[in-house]
Design a protein. Structure first.
Length: 621
């Protein structure tokens, strides 16, 4: 268990480092893409300051959550203090946030490849294809497998950016700028495709500067760790984000110094590398940007099954998904999320759109959390008589009222400037939200249906148990089924044969009489008639005459243990078994008879001598 917790902490730390790398490369691009065409130092300084202010406010709110509710995740806070529907909304928003991070990482990969090869028709198909291909390695990775290589890819990418920025500072200090290379970089930036959208430069730039604040929300919680280690502390955030903001500020500084144009489809680090190192700097920086994009997409994919397991533990998803061996269902959900992300690239086809939708979703999470904390504080103020507890609750209430108003204003601002992206956010949130709601509703209805009644009728014992052995012919599997049925000491027992072939029915009846089996044989149906219908009607008639009794049906099942036969047997359960499961008061027992004459040379006597067989019993009320 200790080793498992250590692996989970290591994976969460790697995810944080990778997302920090995504923020370092993407935030300057979002700011410059949204800025005016002729950017100025004062404009960039104002936008960067607003981003720092938003980050500080969010960091303080999350730190307060760590102090007040250190063991609860965001969806648990919403579920506890608002209601189940609020927990579903926050959980769905978390799933959608990781899907958007996958898309943003792939978009960074596309930008790096386009910087090397150039724009083409293929660049339209690269994002959906990359999203689909990146799902493959994540499906074969275990939940606790470290992702050390992903961390090193991020280190290499950020290390390359640091080398470029330090080289730029040295060239500026010693007056070694190559103005020809700078002009070439500016010309390439001007010739790239412009950003076409509603023109709100300062507001859009400020929203782009809030991207690290949004990532802070998703990075504030660890996945698949004990409750006491769930929330990330203030010092950990400062150790990671302070260097990140320093690199972002240096990148923006060089964008202003080199007069790089705004509202262009380019990562600022690439033209800066071009201005300082020429063509080779472009290629190297584009490769490093692509590596960071790959790392971010992969780590977001890796976090999805871990998040699914956490939600299953909290009963927001089926509980069976929380089991360690429930690998295939979790993979299936990840594939569905990957497919939805691939489809969403048709609408969200730019980094600004992806980042704005991500900020919108994460602001919605923090708005629900703020409302939940306000409800918590009001509950304490209404119920508690402790002066210190009431004073703390009063302070927490006003802090989250103020923070909730800031978050709500951000949501309104995004909806006013970019209503199409806000609508896309809501529509994308509906997909996982409806799935979680439907599961929760089904679970509640199932729990109500299975609840123990007060009248005690559900605990009454049946009067007798009648046995039926369904056979096809008189052979060893049929005789074994009869032997097992006799061993259960039933009130009555009979074998049932469906008359499908008159010759086979006559031969089976003669063999049954010759074998002197102490069980009566009942023949149902007519030659060439239906197989399931007569037997089902026979069972229902028996239940009608004995309404308080139980009918136990024994069905021989021949198992062949060759590799091809195993697949065939596993997928060839008789349909009558499925129909009998739906009949009230009926138990179905499959009696296995194993044969293998090809390799093991094991027959049914081996199974009986060593206890290798077992029967599967299905019970219906």
């Amino acid at each position: 268990m200790k080793q498992s917790n250590t692996s989970s902490l290591a994976i969460s730390q790697t995810a944080s480092i990778t997302l920090i790398g995504l923020a370092v490369l993407t935030t300057p691009m979002l700011i410059l893409r949204s800025a005016s065409s002729a950017i100025t130092g004062s404009e960039i300084s104002l936008v960067f300051s607003l981003g720092l202010a938003g980050f500080g406010v969010t960091l303080y709110a999350l730190h307060l959550l760590t102090v007040v509710v250190p063991r609860r995740s965001l969806h648990q806070i919403a579920h506890t203090y608002i209601g189940g529907w609020a927990g579903i909304v926050v959980a769905a928003a978390k799933i959608l946030a990781y899907a958007l991070l996958i898309m943003m990482g792939v978009d960074l990969l596309t930008i790096g490849v386009v910087a090397i090869i150039g724009q083409g028709v293929w660049s339209i198909w690269l994002p959906p294809v990359a999203i689909a291909l990146l799902a493959v390695p994540s499906l074969y990775a275990r939940l606790q497998t470290p992702v050390t290589m992903v961390r090193w890819l991020t280190y290499i990418g950020i290390g390359g950016l640091i080398v470029v920025l330090v080289a730029g500072l040295l060239q500026e200090a010693f007056g070694l700028f190559d103005f020809d290379a700078i002009n070439e970089a500016r010309n390439e930036a001007f010739t790239s495709a412009p950003v076409i959208s509603h023109y709100f430069p300062r507001v859009d730039s400020a929203l782009g500067a809030l991207f690290p604040s949004g990532l802070l929300v998703i990075m504030s919680e660890r996945v698949m760790v004990p409750a006491e280690q769930r929330r990330v502390g203030l010092r950990t955030h400062l150790r990671t984000f302070i260097p990140a903001f320093f690199l972002i500020s240096l990148t923006l500084y060089f964008a202003v110094v080199l007069y790089l144009p705004g509202r262009r489809l380019s990562v600022p680090a690439i033209p800066i590398a071009t201005a300082l190192f020429g063509f080779y700097g472009t290629v190297v920086m584009a490769v490093l940007v692509s590596l960071v994009g790959l790392a971010a997409s992969y780590v977001a994919y890796r976090q999805l099954p871990r998040l699914i397991r956490d939600l299953a533990i909290d009963s927001l998803l089926p509980r069976r998904l929380a089991a360690r061996d429930a690998v295939r269902p979790r993979k299936a959900i990840v594939l569905v999320i990957g497919f939805l992300a691939t489809t969403a690239t048709v609408v969200l086809d730019s980094t600004r759109a992806l980042a704005t939708v991500t900020i919108f979703i994460l602001c919605a999470i923090m708005l629900m959390t703020s409302i939940a904390m306000i409800y918590r504080s009001r509950s304490i103020l209404n119920d508690s008589t402790n002066a210190s507890e009431r004073s703390a609750a009063h302070i927490v209430q006003w802090i989250f009222i103020a923070y909730g108003l800031v978050v709500f204003s951000t949501l309104i601002l995004i909806s006013w400037i970019h209503p199409e992206w806000s609508l896309s956010s809501v529509l994308l949130l509906i997909v996982p939200g409806v799935f979680l709601w439907a599961h929760r509703r089904g679970q509640n209805r199932r729990s109500d249906a299975l609840a123990v009644g007060m009248d005690g009728t559900s605990s009454s014992l049946p009067t007798r148990v009648h046995g039926l052995v369904l056979i096809e012919r008189c052979n060893q599997p049929a005789l074994k089924a009869v032997s097992w049925a006799r061993a259960t000491r039933l009130s009555s027992l009979s074998a049932v044969l469906i008359d499908v072939d008159s010759a086979l029915t006559r031969r089976t009846r003669d063999q049954w009489s010759a074998s002197r089996i102490p069980v009566s044989l009942t023949i149902l149906g007519t030659p060439r008639g239906a197989v399931r219908g007569p037997f089902i009607e026979h069972v229902r008639a028996l239940r009608k005459f004995h309404p308080h009794d139980v009918i136990q049906v024994f069905i021989p099942q021949v198992l062949e243990t060759g590799w091809w036969d195993r697949f065939y047997v596993r997928h060839s359960t008789p349909k009558i078994i499925s129909e009998l499961k739906l009949e009230p008061g009926v138990m179905v027992t499959e009696v296995p008879y194993r044969i293998d004459v090809s390799t093991w040379n094991v027959d049914d006597s081996y199974e009986e001598n060593y206890g290798g067989g077992s029967d599967d019993v299905y019970t219906q009320d």
